[in-house]
Design a protein around this ligand. Structure first.
Ligand code: GDP
Ligand code: MG
Length: 702
C-alpha cells in the first residue's frame, strides 16, 4: 500500500465534520476560521434553529463539509437546540450528512462543565476531536492543563487552541486531515443495578425500534432519568409503544425499591468521572481561593443557616429602606409642599391652581417621594447580584423550588421580579421547558416589585405610625415573604393541574465571588431610577391628571370638599363598587384608589394623595394625618389596623400593572394567558384580603 492510497481512503472517510460545544465556547469562531467565506446560513427545516454550513478546503481536491451545531450544554433533548444537535450527530437530521468526526469545542477555563457534552458525544461512539479552546483564558485564570494526559484519559485527540487568534488551527486541520477513529470505551460507571437495567432497556430499544446500540444507550439513560417517561407525544407518534412504557415504569420501581435514585444516577456518575479527569489533568493555582469559596458557600447555601442569612439580609435591606430613606424623603416632601404653597400663593384660585396643586403635585410628587427607597432597593439588588450572592440564593432556592415542581432556573426570573415583573418575565426565556416557563411567568408578578414599595410604606405608616424602623422593616419583610409563599403555592398548584410536566434535573453553576464594581452598581441604580422617574413623568402624571379631573367634575354647589368629591365621576364610580369592597373593609375613597391602581400600583398612592387633598380631611398636612382622621359616615375610623393589613395583602396578590400584562401577552403569544393571570390574581387578592379582614373581626380585631 502506498501512502497515496492510504490518503485516498482517509479522504473517503472524512466527508463531513460537525462542530459541537457549549454556548460561547468559540464554535462560531472556529467555524469561521475553518470555512473562511464558504458559508451558507439558513434554518433547519420546520424550526427556527439556525443551520450553518460551510466548506473546509484542506487541499485542492480535499474539501470537507462543516456543520456548526447549535450550542448546547448537553444532549438531553429538552430544548429544540439539543434535539437538533442530537439528531444531526446521529445522522437522523435529513437535511445534513451524518458527520464522520465531531470537533467538540471545549472552554479550557470551564473544563468540568464542558466535558459533560464531550462525554455524551463519546457515548454515541462518533469519532471526536477535542478543540481545547480559550487556552489564553485558562492561563489567565492560573490554570495549567496537561493536554497529553487529558487526551489519553479521554481516548481522543486534544488540540489546544486560541481560536480567536487562529492559534492551533494548523494542528487542528492536520488532525482532521489524518482522520480520527472512535476507540472509545465508556469509563464512567453507575451502580451495578442501574447498569444492568440500562442494558435491559438498550436491548429492548435495539430489538424493538431498530436503534443502533450507541443511540439506544443515550436513549436508555435519558428515559430512565425521567419521571413521566417517555413524553406523551413520543408514544402517540409511535416512537415508543405503551408496553415499553410499562416496562420502563416497572424498571424504575424496581430501582427505586433498591434505593437507586434513577433521576440523578447517570448525571452523578458522569460528573464523578469528569471530576476525576479534571483532577488528574488541571493544576489550578487559585485552588486556595476555591477552598475559601467553598467554605463560604457551605455556610451561605446551608439548608437552614443559608435560608436564615437570606431572610436576615432582606430584613436588613428593608430596615435601611425605612431608616436611611426617611431623611431624603423628608426633604423631597418638603420641597413639593413648598412648591405647592408657592403656586397657591402666586396663582389665582381656580381649576388650574387646583390641577397644579391637588392633581399634579399631589399625584406625581406623592410617588416621587419614594425615589430614595427605590434607590436603596436597587443598590442592594445590584450589590447582591454582582458579588455572586444571588446565584447562591438561587442555588438554595432550587431545593425549595423543587418541592413545588420547578427548578432553580425559575428562581432567577422570580428574583428579578423583586425589582419589576417585566424583566422577570423576560428572564424566563432561559427556561427550556415551555410549561415550566409559563408557570414561572404566571407567578412572577406575585413577587413584590418595587412599585409595591410605596404602597406598603404608606400602609405601614398608617398601621404603626410610632414604630421604629426595625419594626416597620419586619412588617415589610412579612409582605415580601408572603408574596414568595404565594408564588410557590400557585406554582405548585399550576404544576399539579394545568401545566403538568416533570422537573428536569438542573445543575446550577456557582460563579466565583467578585468584588462588586461600584460603577456597575451605580449604573444599575441610575438605569432603574431613570425608569422610575420616567414612569412618574408619563404614566403617573397622565393618570394623576385624569383622576383629578374625574374627582373634580362634575362640580357641585356644595362647599363641603368631601361632598364635591362624592358627587364627582370618580366618587360615583367608587360608590358604585363600594358594596363589593366593603367586605374587605374599604370605603368608596379607597375604591377610587383601587380602580386607579389597576393601571399601575403606585397610582394608588397618588390617588390617595389627591383624594385626601379633596376630602374633608384636606386641612391636614400629610397623608398619614389624613389617614388617621379618615372615617366612615358613622364616625368609625377608616384605616384601622385590620384595614391596613387587608389592603397590603390585596396589593401583595393583585396584578395591578398594565405593562406586565402587555409583556406577558407578547411572551406567551396571545391575550389568553395574561387574562387568566389577571383573573386568578385578582380573585386570590380578594379572597385573601376578605379572609384576613373578616377573620380578624371574628377574633375581635379592629
Ligand atoms: P459560540 O457561541 O460557541 O459560537 O462562540 P463564539 O465563536 O461566538 O465565541 C464567543 C466569544 O469568545 C467571542 O467573543 C469570541 O471572540 C471569543 N473567543 C473565541 N475563541 C476565543 C479564544 O480562544 N480565547 C478568547 N479569549 N476568546 C475567544
Ligand atoms: Mg455561535
Amino acid at each position: 500500500m502506498t501512502t497515496s492510497t492510504v490518503e485516498k481512503e482517509t479522504k473517503k472517510f472524512i466527508k463531513t465534520i460537525a462542530i459541537a460545544g457549549n454556548p460561547n465556547s468559540g464554535k462560531t469562531t472556529l467555524f469561521n476560521a475553518f470555512t473562511k467565506l464558504k458559508q451558507k446560513v439558513g434554518n433547519y427545516p420546520g424550526v427556527t434553529v439556525e443551520k450553518k454550513m460551510g466548506e473546509l478546503v484542506l487541499a485542492k481536491d480535499r474539501v470537507v463539509n462543516v456543520i456548526d451545531l447549535p450550542g448546547t450544554y448537553s444532549l438531553a433533548v429538552r430544548s429544540m437546540d439539543e434535539q437538533i444537535a442530537h439528531d444531526v450527530l446521529l445522522g437522523k437530521e435529513k437535511s445534513t450528512q451524518k458527520p464522520d468526526v465531531v470537533v467538540c469545542v471545549v472552554d479550557a477555563g470551564n473544563l468540568e462543565r464542558n466535558l459533560y457534552l464531550v462525554s455524551q458525544i463519546q457515548d454515541m461512539q462518533i469519532p471526536i476531536v477535542v478543540a481545547l479552546n480559550m487556552m489564553d483564558e485558562a492561563k489567565r485564570q492560573g490554570k495549567r492543563i496537561d493536554v497529553r494526559k487529558l487526551s489519553s484519559l479521554l481516548g481522543a485527540p486534544v488540540v489546544p487552541m486560541v481560536a480567536k487568534r487562529q492559534e492551533g488551527m494548523d494542528e487542528m486541520k492536520q488532525v482532521v486531515a489524518n482522520g480520527v477513529e472512535a476507540s472509545y470505551q465508556r469509563q464512567w460507571k453507575m451502580s451495578p443495578d442501574m447498569e444492568e437495567e440500562i442494558e435491559n432497556v438498550v436491548k429492548l430499544l435495539v430489538e424493538q425500534s431498530g436503534m443502533s446500540r450507541p443511540e439506544a444507550f443515550g436513549d436508555a439513560v435519558r428515559l430512565l432519568s425521567q419521571a413521566n417517561l417517555p413524553r406523551e407525544e413520543d408514544v402517540k407518534s409511535g416512537r415508543y409503544s405503551s408496553d415499553f412504557v410499562k416496562v420502563l415504569r416497572n424498571i424504575q420501581k424496581r430501582l427505586t425499591g433498591k434505593g437507586v435514585r434513577c433521576r440523578s444516577a447517570a448525571i452523578e456518575a458522569r460528573y464523578g468521572w469528569i471530576k476525576w479527569v479534571v483532577h488528574q489533568t488541571v493544576v489550578d493555582k487559585n485552588i486556595k481561593k476555591n477552598v475559601i469559596t467553598q467554605k463560604i458557600d457551605a455556610v451561605l447555601t446551608h439548608k437552614f443557616l443559608g435560608l436564615g442569612i437570606f431572610v436576615a439580609l432582606m430584613g436588613f435591606m428593608f430596615y435601611l429602606i425605612f431608616f436611611l430613606a426617611a431623611y431624603p424623603m423628608g426633604w423631597i416632601e418638603a420641597g413639593f409642599e413648598g412648591l405647592a404653597s408657592l403656586i397657591a400663593a402666586n396663582m389665582p384660585p381656580g381649576d388650574l391652581q387646583g390641577l397644579m396643586t391637588n392633581g399634579i403635585i399631589a399625584g406625581v410628587g406623592g410617588v416621587l417621594v419614594f425615589l430614595p427607597q427605590i434607590l436603596i432597593l436597587y443598590f442592594f439588588i445590584s450589590l447582591l447580584q454582582d458579588t455572586g450572592y444571588m446565584s447562591r440564593a438561587a442555588f438554595m432556592m432550587d431545593r425549595l423550588m423543587s418541592k413545588v415542581g420547578l427548578h432553580g432556573k425559575s428562581f432567577i426570573p422570580l428574583l428579578s421580579s423583586f425589582a419589576c415583573a417585566i424583566p422577570g418575565v423576560m428572564a424566563s426565556r432561559t427556561i427550556e421547558n415551555p410549561k415550566d416557563r409559563l408557570v414561572t411567568i404566571l407567578v412572577a408578578p406575585l413577587m413584590s416589585c418595587s412599585a409595591r414599595l410605596p404602597v406598603y410604606t404608606i400602609m405601614i405608616a398608617a398601621l404603626i405610625p410610632e414604630a421604629t424602623a426595625w419594626e416597620k422593616a419586619r412588617v415589610m419583610l412579612g409582605m415580601y415573604l408572603l408574596g414568595i409563599l404565594g408564588a410557590c403555592l400557585m406554582a405548585w398548584l399550576f404544576k399539579k393541574t394545568l401545566l403538568k410536566s416533570q422537573r428536569p434535573v438542573f445543575l446550577l453553576e456557582l460563579p466565583p465571588y467578585r468584588r462588586p464594581s461600584f460603577r456597575a452598581v451605580i449604573m444599575h441604580m441610575w438605569e432603574r431610577s431613570r425608569l422610575f422617574l420616567r414612569r412618574a413623568g408619563t404614566i403617573i402624571l397622565t393618570l394623576s391628571i385624569v383622576l383629578w379631573v374625574l374627582m373634580t367634575y362634575p362640580k357641585s354647589d356644595s362647599l363641603e370638599p368631601g361632598e364635591a368629591l362624592r358627587g364627582s365621576y370618580a366618587g360615583q364610580l367608587g360608590q358604585f363598587i363600594e358594596p363589593a369592597i366593603k367586605p374587605l373593609g374599604y370605603d368608596w375613597r379607597i375604591g377610587i384608589g383601587l380602580i386607579g391602581s389597576f393601571a399601575a400600583r403606585e397610582v394608588f398612592v397618588s390617588t390617595m394623595n389627591i383624594v385626601f387633598n379633596l376630602s374633608e380631611e384636606a386641612e391636614t398636612d400629610t397623608l398619614r394625618e389624613a389617614f388617621a382622621k379618615a372615617h366612615w359616615p358613622d364616625g368609625r375610623p377608616l384605616f384601622t389596623p385590620l384595614v391596613c393589613i387587608s389592603l397590603m395583602i390585596f396589593f401583595v396578590f393583585a396584578l395591578q400593572c398594565v405593562s406586565t400584562l402587555v409583556i406577558v401577552a407578547r411572551e406567551t403569544g396571545g391575550w389568553g394567558w395574561p387574562f387568566f393571570q389577571l383573573s386568578y390574581m385578582t380573585v386570590l387578592a380578594y379572597v385573601a384580603a376578605f379572609i384576613v379582614y373578616q377573620g380578624g373581626r371574628i377574633f375581635g380585631f379592629t
